[in-house]
Write a protein that binds this ligand. Structure first.
Ligand code: G6D
Length: 353
């Protein structure tokens, strides 16, 4: 296992460092201490070609001003919070309104825009980096001083593991995730429409016209959201269903997982043979098929477009602060938030297990 770090630039006089760790098979991950952003995951195809399978910019500045959260950690709360406010312990908190009067993805200076303290490590069988950040009381309107550690680890089994840990000195909502867009074709040779997605989920959340959960859990059966046997993204996004149409002919929906660390999410690209297995202890996963990817930006030099990447945001359910029947997203003062999501990269022939 190897790790190297290099300074890319400075922001507000603070160094922006890229950490690149490589395993003994040749799989490589690069990430930044800015937003814990993942800029590269080199994974093999069925011919042993290592290519980048994530959407990223090939320079730093767009991450400051114009990124659809490429590769970034999201927090304090991933997803939307209706009316950018919530009540906790009898007090009403007002958050930064960054979308239609609602709060999205941690607000204006969410965790994706924070500069984290990084500490790289390399052992015989694994290498990675631990990022740390303190979100101070009142940041973006949230209560409590929250200490967060996020550890990225790559091992020799081609597993990339993200471990999240946080504590707070006051009760506060906390829903962390990673917003990487995957495209298993390799170096963006194609979009994701022919990727197959399989998810062990019997229910998904109905969204309103601001893409916020209504609180209704819908059964997936007989809908394009039934991914239990796997579907191509094309089959799903072209389906005639009001919830697919609502978000711009795609998925942008939270699924409630009925399995954990049990091959619950599988993304497969038949052409390259790449398979991504995502396993998590989080209650849900938001599947976003890049329906709103802007046309005016370039991604690794390739013009951005709809369906160029898919996000699999393992997390608590969005707007849980307003839905007591959702799993709670409240981190109690003095308790520990702990979560692990593992991404395993394999190679299969079409139809192979
Ligand atoms: C859009 O609705 C989607 C979000 O789910 C996504 O995270 C964002 O674009 C990047 O707002």
């Amino acid at each position: 296992m190897r790790i190297v770090q290099e300074q890319w630039t400075e922001v507000d006089g603070r160094p922006i460092i890229a950490y690149t760790f490589t395993n003994d098979n040749g799989m490589e991950v690069t990430c930044l201490n800015y937003g814990c952003i993942i800029t590269k995951i080199l994974a093999p195809d069925k011919h042993g070609n290592y290519e980048n399978v994530v959407l990223a910019f090939n320079e730093f500045s767009p991450y400051l001003t114009n990124s659809p959260y490429f590769g970034a950690v999201i927090g304090r709360v991933a997803g939307r919070i209706k009316n950018a406010s919530f009540e906790l312990n009898g007090k009403t908190y007002t958050l930064y309104k960054n979308e239609n009067g609602n709060h999205l993805h941690g607000g204006k200076k969410g965790f994706h825009h924070a500069i984290w303290q990084g500490a790289g490590f390399s052992k015989k069988e694994e290498a990675g980096v631990q990022f740390s950040y303190t979100s101070v009381d009142g940041e973006e309107g949230y209560p409590g001083n929250v200490d967060v550690q996020i550890t990225y680890t790559l091992n020799n089994q081609n597993e990339f593991i993200i471990s999240y840990r946080a504590t707070s000195d006051q009760d506060t909502p906390l829903t962390l995730t990673n917003h990487t867009y995957f495209n298993l074709s390799g170096n963006l040779k194609s979009d994701i429409l022919h990727h197959r997605l399989k998810i062990k989920s019997n229910q998904f959340l109905e969204l309103d016209n601001e893409f916020i959960p209504t609180g209704v859990l819908l059964d997936v059966a007989n809908t394009p959201f039934d991914l239990r046997e796997g579907k191509t993204i094309k089959e799903g996004v072209e389906a005639n269903h009001p919830q697919i149409a609502l978000v711009g002919q795609g998925y942008d929906h939270p699924f409630l997982l009925n399995a954990h660390h049990d091959e619950e999410i599988v993304l497969f690209d038949p052409k390259s043979g790449r398979t991504l297995l995502v396993e998590t202890d989080e209650p849900g996963v938001v599947v976003y098929t890049g329906n709103q990817l802007p046309d005016e930006i370039k991604v690794n030099g390739v013009p951005s477009r709809k369906y160029l990447g898919i996000c699999l945001e393992t997390q608590a359910l969005p707007d849980a602060v307003h839905h007591p029947h959702f799993p709670s997203c409240i981190l109690r003062a003095g308790e520990v938030y702990s979560s692990v999501t593992k991404y395993t990269f394999r190679v299969h022939e079409e139809g192979e297990r």
